[in-house]
Design a protein around this ligand. Structure first.
Ligand code: NAP
Ligand code: MN
Length: 272
């Protein structure tokens, strides 16, 4: 088994990385940055996002494992003090893997520039840099509404506990194959109207935004951001690709949500 250890720059993460690399070598694993079978991230969710994009072209063959060294770590389910157990489990090749849906974003330009595709683990967000964003929102090629506001965000179930949650979106179980559209400060009055609530689409549907103004937009895909003018439309759909996690610990999803956002599951069960 070929392994890559992918760490953030924090001193605690570096220390854990050194320790892990040594133990992996001793256990006879091959360390390989180019074509690993398993990528172990050391840090938090942000580190997992970066590693995901670094190995985006190898998602069919790469399985991820997240080791958590502080911060939130919603999707990193091994702790830094569990390194020995992690190496043992890898050695036993326990095949507890799970896969989650990803978002495909396609940008089409008004000039002759070729379309651009992006893959997101959490979400993609589009905003007008200078003024109100105006976009016709199509669901599966049928006009749904004309949106006015700061911007729109489309998230995967994995991303539903990230930016989408701050926008008032629902937390979605990652076994559900869907995308969620969230408004960012929409303009709603007698003249302008959009749905005003998050929307969860069916797996075979897609969302297309036709940008009404030839202005400058910022597009955020997970932790990447870029500025674009000449955008004609943006299409969001579920990707055919998925992210695979190895040695996944089946912590009850809603307990994970409680731990990250409320922190009372143990107490409340004791009180009941
Ligand atoms: P960041 O600004 O350091 O991360 C924001 C926070 O979101 C961190 O606490 C991060 O956890 C957590 N996070 C990331 N993905 C998550 C997930 N799927 N579920 C629950 N929490 C998650 O930036 P970053 O670490 O590079 O992450 C980029 C993400 O930040 C974007 O994809 C977007 O979802 C989110 N974001 C949120 C807002 C907002 O809520 N207003 C604004 C911009 C971006 P760790 O501490 O473990 O890294
Ligand atoms: Mn972070």
């Amino acid at each position: 088994m070929r392994i890559r250890v992918y760490s953030n720059r924090k001193p605690t993460s570096r220390k854990v990385t050194q320790e892990l690399l040594e133990k992996l070598r001793k256990a006879g694993f091959i360390l390989d940055k180019k074509t690993p079978d398993v990528v172990i991230t050391i840090g938090g969710d942000g580190t997992l996002l970066s590693a995901f994009h670094a190995y985006e072209s190898q998602l069919d063959t790469v399985r991820f494992i997240g080791v958590h060294t502080g911060h939130l770590g919603f999707y990193t389910d091994w702790r830094d003090y569990e390194i020995d157990e992690l190496v043992r489990s890898l050695k036993e090749e326990k095949q507890n893997s799970v896969s989650y849906p990803l978002l495909d974003v396609c940008l089409t330009y008004t000039n002759n520039m070729p379309d651009r595709h992006f893959l997101a683990l959490n979400e993609a967000t589009i905003k007008n840099v200078d003024r109100t964003m105006v976009a016709n929102v199509f669901i599966k090629d049928e006009l749904f509404e004309c949106y006015r506001g700061d911007g729109l965000s489309v998230s995967t179930p994995t991303g539903s506990t990230a930016y989408s949650k701050s926008l008032g979106g629902a937390v979605v179980h990652p076994r559900v194959n869907t995308l969620q559209l969230n408004e960012i400060a929409s303009l709603n009055n007698r003249v302008y109207r959009s749905l005003g609530s998050p929307m969860i689409i069916a797996p075979d549907e897609w969302i297309r935004l036709d940008m009404k103004k030839r202005e400058t937009y910022s597009l955020h895909v997970d932790n990447l951001s870029l500025t674009n003018s000449n955008i004609k439309h943006v299409k969001f759909c579920l990707s055919e690709k998925r992210i695979h996690f190895a040695l996944y610990r089946h912590t009850h999803f809603w307990r994970r949500v409680n731990n990250a956002f409320i922190g009372t599951s143990k107490e409340s069960s004791e009180r009941l």
